[in-house]
Design a protein around this ligand. Structure first.
Ligand SMILES: Nc1ncnc2c1ncn2[C@@H]1O[C@H](COP(=O)(O)OP(=O)(O)OP(=O)(O)O)[C@@H](O)[C@H]1O
Ligand code: NA
Length: 942
């Protein structure tokens, strides 16, 4: 019997196996990489070990551990609390209860008639986040034994891993929208391929095609073999594999850019981001504040020195160079402020071995401690005033309050006099416009207290505005000497809100402190680059409006032409009477506003929702627990790695490991590059499949022996993967963001694929026909060829030439496909992965055609016997392909350009009408949204 009819089947089998093997191996590798990533992102928590607080992975906590919890942490296990200060927990995940639940350490008698509590007040449960306060607890249960673990078990029933085909894990649940999109595309191509196969089967049957090697066999048997071959050739099984590889490689690359990808779909969404809403402190600025000015007891001061070093610089009256650190107002304000801080300042050895002053805690408080030391108020002195109560800073209250014990007749030597019988001092520090409303008197230069009139208030606010216009962050400090606590300490049920309310009455205004926060390097340029990329940058900050505007100007977020009355607002105007405005009115604001000041975390959520209603794809940064809903809502939730809380990280899609705004833009650029890389290899793979189908089709219909070219599906894999790793083209940040629901394969890409498939088919068929005529004594038709003596060898010579020519053409086309629009010679060697891939493909080729037995017996290829004529003829293929494909590129480039232009005009038309009707002046171009998808419909073009 003739082995050839089996070898075809064997060859197909081998190819499918090799393909599946490579696929499984690379998928595994990609999976490992992602797993390593997820390890890096594990939550961590402080526990007490050997008497020290140490940071450990949250998962490693065991029963009996003492866990230290503070605002923003996620409870790692079920705990019994034995310390709780203003401790509130969101139990949303457990009970669905949206309000924060206060916790305590005391077991209380259950009141008769009081509603049954779902969760005891003395326990904190795994998975819940701390919304305020500090606490310590003893771990009672971990893992699946926790409440949430047991609920999870109940829901899951049996927790067996889902698998398909008995051994392969079912990963379909983790697929990104793009992967799902491509799978759907694959499904449609599959259906199309099957129709073509059925059609071909009937044509072959009607025209009575027979197996050339076995003319007596049944036609239908042969045609089934051919049709199945065609189906294998038609389905682009390499695409999902390349997508997985490209996404996982991108994740590893992003780490170098200081971005951790928590959720894969974010990688794709990044490419279509049209607005980035960023925090200010620490993200746009360095978050390393230095106090530069003060106002105390009615006198203005300058503070000299830079950074956190308290040993250089002094406090001096404006216009003088003399040290005024001993002024009563200065001392009193700074001491009071220091009493109301949770931050510490200590000298530590830096990485370079030099001793450096480093603050630990809140960035706003650091400059206060530094300035206090400059006037001789050391931490040891501050500790002499024991704190009895604290209401921690929260972004919603915009202030912090503490009560400390004081004694004597003055606050400190040379400080403000205290009334007789004073035992406590309440200190409130925070946003000046909030504090000033709580004050009823003010400290005068002689140490007396005078009534704070409305004129005085506006005088002080003028000072605040003056500092704010210089981009300084201003805090007000107010205090109240008390003989006894204004609330009943022994009352168990008293909440911190009630204590806050009681202590913040009748405050005495002491002073203001103003600090600079320098811009991060590169941020102003990144903002400009974002604008060029069609992405608007919006600042959402808790800071004062004037400060925010001044900083936004220095960061290019507001341009000189922007009118701050239109482009910057205090968030209070989103909720004039405590209630948010209607959607429409909020949309009108978010359409033009670039700076949101005095923002509370809830405002972020409204802003994101509003931007999304307008068709924007929004990235939003966040750090606090209360930012979690906004991060969750945003298309791309970005948590800060350094300052961010665990709760924010858990709600996010990306984590910036350096908190730097510039990294977001780098991630967007990468997101765009990945997406265009995927488009490139999809087009590359699809066109070779189109070509395969066309060749087989033409051969069967005309009656030429079918080519033996399936191996191309293996040799094409490396270049396809390399296309996915294409570094983004230079103009990638110069085009506008891709509309949200634009299909992966655009209509002009379909045309490009069809043209390329046709070019490849035509060129290779011509090469094949010429070599058939050369090797098979001038015959090309199957029925004549199989009459020839030794026709098998002759035929396989011709097929070998066609195969070599095809692989070479594909290698050339891989370079051509590096850009849809730019000529191939532009940055020819710009992708090193491609060079490696081509070498690999070449090795496969020569192995397949030259290794004895493998080539001739199994694959039916005879590279050793085709002679110089064969090799030269094969070489004409890539040349022809190159010329024709480059020609087609001109058409594609034209179409791609008009598509981009149609996007721009689609957007600028409604913009023009909007601009003429709205009085908003200086409204820049990038605030518009890519709303509709201009006809990017997929028409199957082949
Ligand atoms: N530790 C603090 N104690 C007292 N008041 C504070 C403290 N930190 C900030 N504030 C006040 O609260 C305001 C809002 O602070 P918040 O931390 O919410 O904003 P932010 O850090 O400037 O914002 P973002 O980082 O989101 O840009 C500040 O402008 C300041 O007046
Ligand atoms: Na999100």
């Amino acid at each position: 019997a003739d082995p050839l009819s089996y070898t075809t089947g064997i060859a197909i089998g081998i190819i499918v196996l090799v393909n599946a093997g490579i696929a499984a191996w690379t998928e595994r590798k990609a999976g490992d990489a992602l797993e390593a990533l997820s390890k890096m992102m594990q939550a961590s928590i402080y526990v007490v070990r050997d008497g020290n607080e140490v940071q450990v992975p949250a998962r490693s906590v065991v029963v009996g551990d003492i866990v230290v919890l503070s605002t923003g942490d996620v409870v790692p296990a079920d705990l019994r609390l034995f310390e709780a200060q203003d401790f509130k927990v969101s139990e949303m995940a457990l009970t669905g209860e949206p309000d924060d639940v206060p916790k305590t350490t005391k077991v209380r008698e259950k009141k008769i008639g009081a509603p049954e509590k779902l969760t005891p007040e003395t326990m904190a449960f795994s998975g819940c986040s701390i919304t305020s306060g500090l606490g310590r607890g003893l771990v009672t249960d971990t893992g699946m034994n926790t409440r949430i673990g047991r609920i999870a078990q109940l829901i899951a029933g049996d927790d067996g891993q889902k698998t398909i085909c008995c051994c392969f894990p079912d990963t379909s649940g983790n697929q990104t929208p793009l992967q799902q999109n491509l799978n759907m595309l694959g499904g449609r191509i599959g259906i199309l391929a099957i129709s073509v196969c059925v059609f071909l089967f009937f044509i072959g049957w009607v025209t009575d095609r027979k197996d050339p090697s076995n003319p007596d066999s049944e036609t239908w048997l042969y045609m089934i073999l051919v049709s199945v071959t065609l189906a294998v050739a038609a389905i682009p099984e390499g695409i999902p594999l390349c997508v997985t590889i490209s996404l996982s490689m991108a994740c590893s690359d992003m780490i170098k850019q200081k971005v951790l990808v928590r959720k894969l779909p974010a990688l794709e969404t990044l490419g279509s981001a049209s607005v980035i809403c960023s925090d200010k402190t620490g993200t746009l600025t360095e978050g390393k504040m230095t106090m530069v000015a003060m106002y105390a007891a009615g006198i203005t001061y300058e503070v000299t020195g830079k950074g956190f070093d308290p040993e250089v610089g002094q406090v001096q009256r404006s216009g003088s160079h003399e040290d005024s650190g001993t002024d009563m107002g200065v001392k009193s304000s700074l001491l009071a402020a220091a009493l109301c801080c949770d931050t510490t300042l200590c000298k530590e050895q830096g990485v370079d071995g030099v001793m450096k002053w480093v603050p630990k805690g809140n960035s706003t408080e650091a400059p206060i401690l530094v300035a206090a030391r400059k006037v001789g108020l050391s931490e040891a002195m501050v500790r002499e005033y024991p704190r009895v109560m604290e209401v921690p800073f929260s972004s919603s209250r915009m202030m912090m309050l503490t009560v400390s014990r004081v004694k004597g007749t003055e606050l400190c030597p040379g400080g403000m006099p205290l009334p007789a019988g004073t035992n406590y001092l309440a200190v409130c520090k925070g946003a000046p416009n909030y504090i000033i409303d709580l004050c009823s008197e003010q400290l005068k230069e002689d140490g007396s207290a005078a009534k704070l009139t409305d004129d005085d208030k506006s005088e002080i606010l003028k000072v605040v505005d003056g500092h704010s216009a210089r981009a300084l962050r201003v805090l007000a400090i107010a205090a109240r000497p008390m003989s006894s606590l204004p609330y009943d300490e022994s009352k168990e049920d008293i909440t911190s809100d009630q204590m806050f309310e009681a202590c913040r009455q009748e405050l005495r205004f002491l002073g203001l402190v103003a600090s600079t926060d320098p811009a991060r390097d590169g941020v102003p340029d990144s903002v400009l680059a974002a604008r060029e990329a069609g992405i608007s940058v919006v600042m959402v900050t808790g800071d004062y409006l004037l400060t925010a505007v001044a900083i936004a100007r220095s960061m290019n977020i507001l341009q000189p032409c922007d009118d701050p009355d239109v482009s910057a607002v205090d968030c209070a105007c989103l909720r004039p009477d405590g209630e948010y405005l209607d959607a429409q009115e909020i949309d009108k604001l978010t359409g033009s506003v670039r700076v949101f000041a005095r923002a509370k975390p809830e405002d972020k959520l409204e802003i994101v929702k509003s931007l999304q209603r307008q068709g924007q794809v929004a990235a939003m940064t966040g750090e606090g627990v209360n930012d979690a809903p906004a991060l969750n809502q945003a298309d791309i939730g970005v948590a800060l790695g350094i300052d961010g809380t665990e709760a924010a990280k858990e709600a996010s899609d990306l984590i910036l490991t350096d908190d730097n705004f510039c990294s977001i833009l780098a991630a967007v650029q990468k997101g765009r590059a990945i997406y265009s890389g995927i488009q490139k290899f999809v087009a590359f793979i699809m066109s070779v499949h189109i070509a395969e189908v066309m060749q087989i089709f033409v051969c069967i219909v005309v009656g030429i022996p079918v080519m033996r070219t399936f191996l191309i599906l293996v040799t094409d894999l490396p270049p396809s993967i390399a296309l996915g790793a294409e570094p983004g083209e230079a103009h990638i940040l110069k085009i506008r963001p891709r509309p949200k629901d634009e299909p992966v394969v655009l209509s002009w890409m379909w045309l490009a694929m069809a043209m390329n498939g046709t070019v490849l088919t035509t060129v290779i068929l011509i090469v094949y026909l010429i070599s058939l005529m050369h090797f098979c004594d001038g015959e090309v038709l199957q029925e004549n060829i199989y009459l020839l003596e030794g026709y098998q060898t002759k035929l396989s010579l011709a097929q070998t030439v066609a195969f070599i020519s095809l692989v070479w053409s594909e290698n050339v086309r891989a370079y051509i496909s590096r850009s849809f629009t730019k000529p191939t010679w532009h940055d020819l060697l710009g992708n090193r992965e491609m060079q490696k891939a081509i070498v690999l493909a070449q090795i496969c080729l020569y192995g397949a055609v030259l290794i004895p037995y493998l080539s001739d017996r199994i694959l039916g290829l005879r590279g050793l016997e085709i002679g110089v004529f064969g090799w030269v003829l094969a070489a004409t293929g890539p040349v022809g392909c190159f010329i024709l494909s480059e020609g087609c590129k001109a058409i594609t480039a034209y179409q791609a350009k008009s598509y981009q232009e149609s996007l721009v005009s689609d957007i600028s038309e409604p913009e023009a009408s909007l601009a003429s009707s709205a009085p908003a002046k200086g409204k820049a171009m990038e605030s518009t949204k890519p709303t509709q998808t201009p006809n990017g419909t997929c028409c199957l073009a082949f």
